[in-house]
Design a protein around this ligand. Sequence first.
Ligand code: 0CJ
Ligand code: F3S
Length: 314
Amino acid sequence: PAPRSRRVLLAAPRGYCAGVDRAVATVEKALERYGAPVYVRRQIVHNTHVVRVLGERGAVFVEETDEVAEGAVVVFSAHGVAPQVHDRAAERGLTAIDATCPLVTKVHREARRFAREGYDILLIGHAGHEEVIGTMGEAPGRIHLVDGPDDVRNVRVRDERRVVRLSQATLSVDETMETVARLEERFPALLSPPSDDICYATQNRQTAVKRIAAECGLVLVVGSRNSSNSARLVEVAVQAGADAARLVDGADEIDEDRLRDVTTVGLTSGASAPEVLVEEVLAWLAGHGFGDVEVVRAAEERQNFALPRELTRP
Ligand code: 0CJ
Ligand code: F3S
């Protein structure tokens, strides 16, 4: 039989979410307003390309605020920080600008409230992730990390009648449902958060990749290795029936051999990956016989967040 023509299914929505857009713009505006260097604690978002470009413009990325010059400007990353990090920056006389996504800040607020009301908080999330460290810092000793369904059996609480669950914003929706089901089995009185903690962008990108996955011989997800939401898109694509899925930082990481017997390539990108990298991948694919591109849209997004106040007041 004649080989079917090669094509790309391009998932939408993909790429930048409102929180990443705001975080990147925060560093750009801070550079305009205060001049270089502007220090940034940790990667502003988990994307190698974004960090490199901002670095070229005068952003200085540090691990801890202790490395920031006395009195200088420091931006906190989109993933959020524990209150102790704010305190330490204030002690050192730094001008702190908080680029934490408002949807993460919402979870911090809930953690403080439930801790105040005497709850044990079960935070579903990945151990060691920046966002989890920040959220846990809001109620030390009261928050227990639950890292996936198999970790449920390890949870110990003070009072089984007073437990609530919260979660990291960028988890797999399906895996989290499984974790929640197991938690509810163990703790019938488990309280759910007032609103969903997995953010709209994470949910929409997963819904979109699911729509294309089953037809794809290979799904490419543009994103960096340490980007949680991007890594989840790779997992979700495979679970939804893609023959294979790969995370790539850019076109130069595509493995040509993998495409040999593939007729349909799926393409999406994580919330921290700039669209220019997707365009680069599309150009590479076109150059390898995949010039036919079909967009598959699963949702419309209109979310938009105002910049931190420090950057908008006159
Ligand atoms: O945690 C967040 C507020 C998501 C930020 C955007 O994505 P990224 O890749 O920087 O971070 P994750 O590793 O959390 O997905
Ligand atoms: Fe915020 Fe979700 Fe993006 S938590 S930074 S909108 S991935």
